[in-house]
Design a binder for this molecule. Structure first.
Ligand SMILES: *[C@@H]1O[C@H](CO)[C@@H](O)[C@H](O)[C@H]1NC(C)=O
Ligand SMILES: *[C@@H]1O[C@H](CO)[C@@H](O)[C@H](O)[C@H]1NC(C)=O
Length: 219
């Protein structure tokens, strides 16, 4: 009998504590809603974590292992959704990419904050990973234009970067969005077409209107 009372009390406590958890309906909930936010986040970033796959001939003993470092990027030259990356010519990434062009760029930016509800922890904030292939830009006119534009976007000190580098363009294959904790945000894959705003007519996924219209629905 006593046992039953204790059991009933425990169950009641469990049920009431489950019910007292706040229920949120805010945030983005689909790849379509996440796409403009992902574009906006990438646009604010000047640095991304680049991962390439180490080749055995480049780093002995690490063939096939992922290798990741922060690198200069911009999505403003031009703002196409496919960022430009600057890499030291004979660096580990460039040598890996000459063998296998597969890469990912992982981006979180203090320049991008989700509107209220305010973030509850650093991992309750948005981040995005672009996965695709990187190709080196070799056309002289395009190198000249990329350099001029990149310097404009990186006024904080890229101009004094002391190593000889080259520009690479990412061709995006798929995008992984993590908007924050899953109770309020979409965590999942965004297709290339959605991310680049292709097949959406003139309304690019990157437009401020697209971002505003997603956020207007947040409560
Ligand atoms: C934030 O934006 C500034 C100005 O565009 C840029 O220089 C900086 O690298 C950005 N910060 C990050 C963490 O990407
Ligand atoms: C180099 O790029 C420019 C600008 O995109 C283009 O007009 C030109 O045809 C390209 N040259 C070669 C050799 O591909």
């Amino acid at each position: 009998m006593h046992c039953n009372i204790i059991l009933v009390t425990l169950v009641a406590l469990l049920v009431s504590s489950t019910h007292s958890l706040p229920q949120y309906h805010t945030g983005e909930h689909s790849p379509r809603e996440a796409a403009p936010l992902a574009r906006a986040l990438v646009k604010t970033a000047g640095i991304a974590e680049l991962s390439t796959l180490a080749d055995e001939s480049v780093v002995a003993g690490l063939g096939g292992f992922p290798f990741s470092t922060p690198e200069y990027i911009t999505d403003s030259c031009p703002p196409s959704g496919e960022p430009l990356v600057y890499l030291v010519v004979w660096g580990t990434h460039a040598r890996n990419l000459n063998i296998l062009p597969h890469a990912s760029l992982s981006i979180r930016s203090t320049n991008f904050t989700n509107p209220p509800p305010t973030s509850r922890s650093p991992l309750d904030e948005a981040r995005v990973t672009l996965i695709g292939t990187l190709s080196r830009i070799t056309n002289d006119t395009q190198i000249h234009n990329a350099k001029k534009c990149f310097e404009q976007k990186h006024k904080e000190g890229f101009g004094i970067f002391p190593h000889r580098g080259a520009f690479w363009r990412m061709s995006v294959k798929k995008v992984r969005w993590i908007g924050g904790f899953g109770d309020r945000h979409f965590n999942g894959w965004i297709s290339r077409d959605l991310y680049l705003g292709e097949g959406n007519g003139a309304g690019s996924a990157a437009s401020k209107d697209a971002v505003d219209s997603v956020r207007k629905q947040w409560r």
